[in-house]
Design a protein around this ligand. Structure first.
Ligand code: 6PG
Length: 245
Protein backbone atom coordinates (compact mmCIF):
# COMPACT_ATOMS: atom_id res chain seq x y z
CA UNK A 1 0.00 0.00 0.00
CA UNK A 2 1.29 3.40 -0.89
CA UNK A 3 1.07 6.34 1.51
CA UNK A 4 0.02 9.85 0.57
CA UNK A 5 3.34 11.32 -0.40
CA UNK A 6 2.68 14.37 -2.52
CA UNK A 7 -0.42 16.46 -2.56
CA UNK A 8 -1.62 20.04 -2.70
CA UNK A 9 -3.08 21.67 0.40
CA UNK A 10 -5.55 24.47 -0.30
CA UNK A 11 -6.80 26.40 2.72
CA UNK A 12 -9.90 28.57 2.52
CA UNK A 13 -11.03 31.09 5.10
CA UNK A 14 -14.34 29.29 5.40
CA UNK A 15 -16.67 26.87 3.68
CA UNK A 16 -18.08 29.57 1.36
CA UNK A 17 -14.68 30.22 -0.19
CA UNK A 18 -14.10 26.46 -0.41
CA UNK A 19 -17.51 26.00 -2.08
CA UNK A 20 -16.65 28.66 -4.68
CA UNK A 21 -13.49 26.73 -5.58
CA UNK A 22 -15.45 23.50 -6.04
CA UNK A 23 -17.99 25.36 -8.18
CA UNK A 24 -15.23 26.60 -10.48
CA UNK A 25 -13.79 23.07 -10.79
CA UNK A 26 -17.19 21.63 -11.75
CA UNK A 27 -17.81 24.55 -14.12
CA UNK A 28 -14.51 24.12 -15.95
CA UNK A 29 -14.68 20.32 -15.92
CA UNK A 30 -18.12 20.30 -17.51
CA UNK A 31 -17.21 22.95 -20.09
CA UNK A 32 -13.93 21.31 -21.09
CA UNK A 33 -15.28 17.76 -21.30
CA UNK A 34 -15.74 16.45 -24.86
CA UNK A 35 -18.23 13.88 -23.58
CA UNK A 36 -19.22 13.86 -19.91
CA UNK A 37 -17.39 15.00 -16.77
CA UNK A 38 -17.72 12.06 -14.37
CA UNK A 39 -17.90 12.91 -10.67
CA UNK A 40 -18.21 10.68 -7.60
CA UNK A 41 -19.81 12.57 -4.70
CA UNK A 42 -19.35 12.20 -0.98
CA UNK A 43 -21.85 12.35 1.84
CA UNK A 44 -21.27 14.33 5.01
CA UNK A 45 -21.82 17.82 6.37
CA UNK A 46 -19.21 19.65 4.27
CA UNK A 47 -20.55 18.38 0.92
CA UNK A 48 -24.07 19.30 2.09
CA UNK A 49 -22.99 22.91 2.61
CA UNK A 50 -21.25 22.93 -0.76
CA UNK A 51 -24.35 21.57 -2.51
CA UNK A 52 -26.46 24.34 -0.95
CA UNK A 53 -23.93 26.92 -2.20
CA UNK A 54 -23.97 25.45 -5.71
CA UNK A 55 -27.76 25.44 -5.94
CA UNK A 56 -27.92 29.06 -4.75
CA UNK A 57 -25.03 30.54 -6.73
CA UNK A 58 -24.36 28.28 -9.73
CA UNK A 59 -27.81 27.10 -10.71
CA UNK A 60 -27.41 28.58 -14.22
CA UNK A 61 -23.61 28.79 -14.39
CA UNK A 62 -22.62 25.15 -14.79
CA UNK A 63 -23.41 22.87 -17.75
CA UNK A 64 -25.01 20.36 -15.38
CA UNK A 65 -26.07 18.02 -18.19
CA UNK A 66 -22.40 17.63 -19.18
CA UNK A 67 -21.74 16.01 -15.78
CA UNK A 68 -22.55 12.44 -14.76
CA UNK A 69 -22.92 12.16 -10.98
CA UNK A 70 -22.13 9.01 -9.02
CA UNK A 71 -21.45 8.38 -5.33
CA UNK A 72 -18.24 7.26 -3.66
CA UNK A 73 -20.33 5.61 -1.00
CA UNK A 74 -23.91 5.20 0.15
CA UNK A 75 -25.65 3.94 3.22
CA UNK A 76 -27.71 0.77 2.68
CA UNK A 77 -31.01 2.50 3.32
CA UNK A 78 -33.96 3.45 1.08
CA UNK A 79 -33.60 6.59 -1.07
CA UNK A 80 -36.10 8.44 1.17
CA UNK A 81 -34.29 7.54 4.41
CA UNK A 82 -32.73 10.52 6.29
CA UNK A 83 -29.32 8.79 6.20
CA UNK A 84 -29.31 8.52 2.39
CA UNK A 85 -26.48 10.42 0.70
CA UNK A 86 -28.62 10.48 -2.44
CA UNK A 87 -31.51 12.12 -0.57
CA UNK A 88 -29.18 14.72 0.94
CA UNK A 89 -27.82 15.57 -2.51
CA UNK A 90 -31.29 15.65 -4.09
CA UNK A 91 -32.65 17.95 -1.36
CA UNK A 92 -29.69 20.36 -1.46
CA UNK A 93 -28.67 20.30 -5.11
CA UNK A 94 -30.39 18.13 -7.72
CA UNK A 95 -33.88 19.17 -6.68
CA UNK A 96 -32.91 22.82 -7.20
CA UNK A 97 -31.14 22.78 -10.59
CA UNK A 98 -32.01 21.71 -14.11
CA UNK A 99 -30.34 18.31 -14.54
CA UNK A 100 -31.59 15.26 -16.41
CA UNK A 101 -32.36 12.19 -14.31
CA UNK A 102 -30.17 10.15 -16.67
CA UNK A 103 -27.14 12.15 -15.50
CA UNK A 104 -27.58 10.94 -11.93
CA UNK A 105 -26.52 7.41 -10.93
CA UNK A 106 -27.60 6.68 -7.37
CA UNK A 107 -26.45 3.61 -5.50
CA UNK A 108 -29.59 1.62 -4.65
CA UNK A 109 -29.36 1.49 -0.87
CA UNK A 110 -32.53 -0.58 -0.76
CA UNK A 111 -31.04 -3.43 -2.79
CA UNK A 112 -29.39 -6.47 -1.23
CA UNK A 113 -25.89 -5.06 -0.59
CA UNK A 114 -24.00 -7.92 -2.27
CA UNK A 115 -26.24 -7.58 -5.32
CA UNK A 116 -25.91 -3.78 -5.41
CA UNK A 117 -22.11 -4.09 -5.44
CA UNK A 118 -22.40 -6.05 -8.70
CA UNK A 119 -25.10 -3.82 -10.16
CA UNK A 120 -23.40 -0.51 -9.35
CA UNK A 121 -20.02 -1.78 -10.54
CA UNK A 122 -21.65 -2.53 -13.92
CA UNK A 123 -23.24 0.94 -14.05
CA UNK A 124 -19.85 2.53 -13.37
CA UNK A 125 -18.15 0.39 -16.03
CA UNK A 126 -20.80 1.41 -18.57
CA UNK A 127 -20.45 5.14 -17.86
CA UNK A 128 -16.91 5.85 -16.68
CA UNK A 129 -13.74 5.66 -18.73
CA UNK A 130 -11.58 2.64 -17.89
CA UNK A 131 -7.83 3.10 -17.28
CA UNK A 132 -5.43 0.25 -16.43
CA UNK A 133 -8.34 -2.07 -15.84
CA UNK A 134 -10.30 0.13 -13.44
CA UNK A 135 -12.80 2.98 -13.88
CA UNK A 136 -11.14 6.39 -13.83
CA UNK A 137 -13.45 9.15 -12.59
CA UNK A 138 -12.61 12.68 -13.70
CA UNK A 139 -13.21 13.85 -10.13
CA UNK A 140 -13.80 12.13 -6.81
CA UNK A 141 -14.89 14.23 -3.82
CA UNK A 142 -14.08 12.68 -0.45
CA UNK A 143 -14.82 13.54 3.15
CA UNK A 144 -12.70 12.61 6.15
CA UNK A 145 -14.16 10.99 9.22
CA UNK A 146 -12.80 11.79 12.69
CA UNK A 147 -11.56 8.19 12.75
CA UNK A 148 -9.63 8.67 9.50
CA UNK A 149 -12.15 6.88 7.30
CA UNK A 150 -12.94 8.10 3.83
CA UNK A 151 -15.81 7.13 1.58
CA UNK A 152 -16.98 4.16 3.66
CA UNK A 153 -13.59 2.56 4.13
CA UNK A 154 -13.14 2.41 7.89
CA UNK A 155 -9.91 1.67 9.80
CA UNK A 156 -11.14 -1.80 10.83
CA UNK A 157 -11.75 -2.67 7.16
CA UNK A 158 -8.69 -1.01 5.68
CA UNK A 159 -8.21 -4.00 3.38
CA UNK A 160 -11.05 -2.65 1.23
CA UNK A 161 -8.47 -0.20 -0.11
CA UNK A 162 -6.79 -3.08 -1.94
CA UNK A 163 -9.87 -4.97 -3.13
CA UNK A 164 -9.75 -5.71 -6.85
CA UNK A 165 -13.47 -5.02 -7.08
CA UNK A 166 -14.93 -1.65 -8.07
CA UNK A 167 -17.27 -1.53 -5.08
CA UNK A 168 -17.49 -3.42 -1.81
CA UNK A 169 -19.96 -3.81 1.04
CA UNK A 170 -18.64 -2.07 4.17
CA UNK A 171 -19.93 -1.88 7.73
CA UNK A 172 -19.93 1.25 9.86
CA UNK A 173 -18.03 0.08 13.00
CA UNK A 174 -20.21 1.97 15.48
CA UNK A 175 -23.60 2.12 13.77
CA UNK A 176 -23.33 -1.40 12.36
CA UNK A 177 -24.89 0.11 9.23
CA UNK A 178 -24.04 -1.52 5.92
CA UNK A 179 -22.57 0.72 3.28
CA UNK A 180 -21.61 0.40 -0.39
CA UNK A 181 -18.23 1.98 -1.06
CA UNK A 182 -15.80 2.50 -3.92
CA UNK A 183 -12.56 0.65 -3.29
CA UNK A 184 -9.12 2.21 -2.98
CA UNK A 185 -8.17 0.94 -6.43
CA UNK A 186 -10.95 2.98 -8.02
CA UNK A 187 -10.46 6.03 -5.80
CA UNK A 188 -6.74 6.17 -6.62
CA UNK A 189 -7.45 5.68 -10.33
CA UNK A 190 -9.24 9.05 -10.57
CA UNK A 191 -7.91 11.96 -12.59
CA UNK A 192 -8.45 14.25 -9.62
CA UNK A 193 -9.26 13.56 -5.97
CA UNK A 194 -10.36 16.36 -3.65
CA UNK A 195 -10.74 15.92 0.10
CA UNK A 196 -13.31 18.35 1.54
CA UNK A 197 -12.51 18.84 5.22
CA UNK A 198 -13.78 21.62 7.48
CA UNK A 199 -14.06 22.28 11.17
CA UNK A 200 -11.75 22.18 14.19
CA UNK A 201 -12.86 18.62 14.98
CA UNK A 202 -10.84 17.39 11.97
CA UNK A 203 -7.64 19.36 12.74
CA UNK A 204 -5.94 16.55 14.67
CA UNK A 205 -6.72 13.97 11.97
CA UNK A 206 -5.44 16.33 9.27
CA UNK A 207 -2.20 16.79 11.21
CA UNK A 208 -1.84 13.02 11.76
CA UNK A 209 -2.34 12.19 8.07
CA UNK A 210 -0.48 15.05 6.38
CA UNK A 211 2.42 15.07 8.83
CA UNK A 212 2.50 11.26 9.10
CA UNK A 213 2.16 11.30 12.87
CA UNK A 214 1.98 8.08 14.98
CA UNK A 215 -0.39 5.45 13.53
CA UNK A 216 -1.15 7.44 10.37
CA UNK A 217 -0.64 4.21 8.45
CA UNK A 218 -3.70 2.73 10.22
CA UNK A 219 -5.96 5.34 8.63
CA UNK A 220 -7.61 4.66 5.24
CA UNK A 221 -7.39 8.33 4.19
CA UNK A 222 -3.59 8.08 4.46
CA UNK A 223 -3.60 5.78 1.43
CA UNK A 224 -5.49 8.06 -0.92
CA UNK A 225 -2.88 8.83 -3.53
CA UNK A 226 -3.91 8.96 -7.18
CA UNK A 227 -1.69 6.75 -9.35
CA UNK A 228 -1.50 9.41 -12.04
CA UNK A 229 -3.99 12.10 -11.07
CA UNK A 230 -3.99 15.08 -8.76
CA UNK A 231 -4.79 15.11 -5.04
CA UNK A 232 -5.93 18.28 -3.31
CA UNK A 233 -6.79 18.62 0.36
CA UNK A 234 -9.31 21.47 0.47
CA UNK A 235 -9.52 22.64 4.05
CA UNK A 236 -10.91 25.56 5.97
CA UNK A 237 -8.67 27.41 8.45
CA UNK A 238 -10.10 25.48 11.40
CA UNK A 239 -9.31 22.06 9.91
CA UNK A 240 -5.85 23.31 8.88
CA UNK A 241 -5.08 24.89 12.27
CA UNK A 242 -2.47 22.29 13.32
CA UNK A 243 -0.50 22.12 10.06
CA UNK A 244 1.91 24.62 8.52
CA UNK A 245 0.56 25.73 5.16
C1 6PG B 1 -20.57 9.46 4.49
C2 6PG B 1 -19.33 10.04 3.90
C3 6PG B 1 -18.24 10.00 4.93
C4 6PG B 1 -18.05 11.44 5.33
C5 6PG B 1 -17.19 11.57 6.53
C6 6PG B 1 -17.06 13.05 6.94
O1 6PG B 1 -21.32 8.80 3.76
O2 6PG B 1 -20.78 9.74 5.69
O3 6PG B 1 -18.97 9.54 2.73
O4 6PG B 1 -17.02 9.48 4.46
O5 6PG B 1 -17.47 12.15 4.24
O6 6PG B 1 -17.78 10.84 7.57
O7 6PG B 1 -18.35 13.50 7.24
P1 6PG B 1 -18.54 15.01 7.77
O8 6PG B 1 -18.10 15.90 6.65
O9 6PG B 1 -20.00 15.10 8.07
O10 6PG B 1 -17.67 15.13 9.00
Amino acid sequence: MEFTVSCKIDVSKGVEELSEKIAKILQSGASASENYFTVALSGGSTPKTIFKYLSRNYKDKILWNKIKFFWGDERCVPADHPDSNYLMTKENLFGKIEIRAENIFPIDGDNIPAEEVVSYSSIIKENVVMKDGFPSFDLILLGLGEDGHTASIFPNQIELLDSKNICEVALHPLLNQKRITLTGEVINNADQIIFLVTGASKAKMIDTILNKRTDFEKLPASFVKPKQGKLIWMLDEAAASLIAT
